[in-house]
Design a protein. Structure first.
Length: 211
């Protein structure tokens, strides 16, 4: 399991078990890493493409490193609010940071920061729309979009689409919010490149057992 995914899963548990926003310095973890099965680490390689912005790529990865550090007990002098503000400036200048612009790992770093922008719901909704456009253009991860879709739903009290927001309970991991269409969730997850829901819950059960 990738370090980012583990942090993400813990964030799902920490935030949605209580229904409270999980942004800010009090957050104990990060956001889900969804570009494939839960145990796969997203590619950290960055193909050099026309229009690739190395400086922006490196900045986003450094922001993610601080984000993850703060959520695993390390130093985070920046904090979520400052990262949200900086990502907003990046979106103003570039739209969603695409694979072509910053590589897959840079785009995923932007997604993780947006996922942790719970204290600014309007920005998070804007990020979701820009990410949706990038996915439609084949320039961002459908799995990232699935997780952010559910995250925005969770923060606005709406049913979730993909079942990514899960809470630990005495009976094991359970959806933290109702599924909008339980009959369709497996196909929707498959379309987004996510593993079957039962497999996801099994992995979450292992995480819950460690809490």
């Amino acid at each position: 399991m990738s370090r980012l995914l583990l942090a993400v899963l813990l964030l799902v548990l920490a935030g949605c078990a209580t229904g409270e926003p999980t942004g800010g310095a009090a957050s104990s973890a990060a956001a889900p890493a969804p570009s494939g099965s839960p145990s796969e680490s997203p590619s950290s390689s960055t193909a050099v493409l026309p229009g690739f912005d190395q400086e922006l790529h490196d900045e986003l990865l450094a922001m993610l490193e601080r984000d993850q550090s703060g959520r695993t007990g390390g130093a985070d002098p920046e904090g979520d609010a400052a990262r949200t503000a900086r990502l907003a400036e990046i979106l103003d200048a570039h739209g969603w940071p695409t694979w072509e612009l910053v590589g897959e790992d840079g785009s995923e770093a932007a997604w993780a920061i947006a996922q942790h922008s719970d204290l600014d719901p309007a920005f998070q909704q804007r990020a979701l729309e820009l990410l949706r456009q990038a996915v439609a253009a084949g320039q961002a991860s459908a799995g990232d979009l699935a997780y952010l879709t559910d995250r925005v739903a969770a923060n606005t009290g709406q049913p979730q689409t993909y079942g990514t927001q899960v809470a630990c309970t005495p009976d094991g991991p359970q959806p933290a919010l109702p599924l909008a269409d339980p009959a369709a969730v497996e196909q929707l997850r498959a379309d987004a490149g996510l593993p079957p829901y039962a497999d996801y819950l099994d992995e979450m059960a292992a995480i819950c057992a460690e809490e």
